[in-house]
Design a protein around this ligand. Structure first.
Ligand code: GLV
Length: 329
């Protein structure tokens, strides 16, 4: 009997869809944007595999609705939208797409560092709105140096490492905090390990690269922001939930820190009345850290390969809950 799969986005490149179609009869969400919860619950009812995005909440209710589900393959490296324990309990394999988006996300991170420190987006707006009247003046739109500054990496995983590698090319000094020491990065990038508090106190730029989980949720709040230098910038290309957004807004208003470059938010899309929108000392992008054609295509292909492997009864390359595969190899 052929397997059945549901793909929750109509923007998956043909190259990836062909892989899904090679192993399953595929039904694809037709409308733009993510499916509604109702649609998702209805669609998973009849399928063996789900290829989803980070916009879909995969919890016990959904897994119960998908009573034939063998695998949930998310086209994302982050999997905070998936209740891994609930899936494991039901024997459903869960996969993500690490690796293929590392470099693109590191590029975006550096882009935010440069943009916020050197006021590039603000400068673009200034020019376009007709504010540029004086040909040149010594202190017009001056920002802060990036070279010679200390970059603090909060979470030295794949992406943190790639950011460190790039930042050394910009003449930055690297310090980091991680659950465990990363001797390779220490050797390669001269990265120095710090306690979380030391990291907060010493960084000129603090870049968030931890995954969102119970331990890291709101782990940068008012107390942590107060430890940062008033000249420091916070950069977040991980998940909005790691930073307490209300505390960040207050810190930016009060001058506790100098600015922020944010690609992720507590609520996405952000509300039109989100106070961050009116702030000059922030650069905001709509969760496009991995947003290059090359990376998103590679993520889709990897998600399809994971799904296909799971549906064929093989171990998917990026299995997050190996317990579900025990005894099957
Ligand atoms: C993007 O945020 C991802 O987790 O892949």
């Amino acid at each position: 009997m052929t397997s059945r799969a549901y793909v929750s986005s109509n923007e998956i490149p043909e190259k990836a869809l062909a892989i899904v179609r090679g192993v399953a009869e595929a039904s694809i969400h037709a409308a733009d944007g993510p499916p509604s919860r109702e649609e998702l619950l209805r669609e998973v009812a009849g399928v063996d595999g789900l290829l989803c995005m980070l916009t879909e909440r995969i919890d016990g209710e959904l897994l119960d609705a998908g009573k034939n589900l063998k695998i949930v393959s998310s086209m994302s490296v982050g999997y905070d939208h998936v209740d891994l324990e609930a899936a494991t309990k039901r024997g459903v394999l869960v996969t993500n797409t690490p690796g293929v988006l590392t470099e693109a996300t590191a590029d975006t991170t550096l882009g935010l560092i440069l943009a916020v420190a050197r006021r590039i987006v603000e400068g673009d707006r200034y020019l376009r709105d007709g504010s540029w009247r004086l040909k040149w003046s010594p202190m017009m739109m001056v920002g802060r140096d990036v070279h010679g500054k200390t970059l603090g990496i909060y979470g030295m995983g794949r992406i943190g490492n790639s950011v460190a590698r790039r930042a050394t090319g910009f003449g930055m000094r690297i310090i980091y905090h991680n659950r465990s020491r990363d001797e390779e990065s220490e050797k390669e990038n001269g990265a120095e390990y710090r306690s979380k508090e030391e990291l907060l106190r010493e960084s000129d730029f603090l870049s968030v690269h931890v995954p969102l989980n119970a331990e890291t949720r709101n782990s940068i709040g008012a107390k942590e922001l107060a430890m940062m230098k008033p000249t420091a910038f916070l950069i977040n290309t991980s998940r909005g939930g790691v930073v307490e957004e209300r505390a960040l807004v207050e810190a930016l208003k009060a001058g506790t820190i100098a600015g922020a470059g944010l690609d992720v938010f507590e609520k996405e899309p952000i509300e039109v009345d989100n106070p961050l929108i009116g702030m000059k000392n922030v650069v905001l992008t709509p969760h496009i850290g991995s947003g290059s054609v090359e990376s998103r295509t590679a993520m889709a292909v990897l998600a399809a390969e994971n799904l296909a492997a799971g549906l064929k009864g093989e171990r998917p390359p990026n299995l997050l809950n190996p317990e579900t595969f025990k005894g099957r190899e």
